[in-house]
Design a protein around this ligand. Structure first.
Ligand code: 2BA
Length: 109
């Protein structure tokens, strides 16, 4: 048994969940927040048999798209005055960040 933990963009979450459900995979959706951007993303937990991992990763890959996001960081204008001005930085947010964990016990009561 494996547990896939996939952090995906909010905008892709519904599509990937729908597709996973259509193919018979069960999913738990968590509303999460990225530590760097401090903005919302979605974490999916998917428990599956080991031989289904590649199929699930394929569905995530085909659904979740990489995006560019511009964040505004404060930049020191002068170290002596301590004045900060914002400047835009382009960052690439991945289609999905995925952890595949081994699960020893899967219990349903
Ligand atoms: P955030 O932490 O909000 O990060 C969003 C994007 O900001 C990252 O995209 C990366 O491009 C950039 N970024 C993050 N930390 C950075 C840093 N210290 N310096 C410069 N740029 C940085 P992704 O790497 O695709 O990550 C998307 C989201 O996946 C992250 O949102 C976080 O919620 C999660 N994540 C990524 N790697 C993780 C890890 N190793 N452990 C736990 N969560 C992770």
């Amino acid at each position: 048994m494996k547990l896939i933990i996939a952090i995906v963009n909010d905008e892709d979450a519904i599509d990937v969940i729908d597709l996973l459900n259509e193919k018979g995979y069960r999913v738990t959706k968590l509303a999460t927040t990225g530590g760097f951007l401090k903005s919302g993303n979605t974490t999916l937990m998917i428990g599956i048999e080991a031989d289904k991992v590649d199929a699930v990763l394929g569905i995530i890959e085909e659904t979740c798209k990489t995006r560019h996001q511009v964040v505004t960081n404060p930049s020191p204008l002068s170290t002596t005055t301590g004045v900060y001005v914002p400047y835009p930085v382009d960052i690439e947010v991945g289609g999905a960040t995925i952890f595949v964990l081994d699960v020893d016990n899967f219990i349903k009561i």
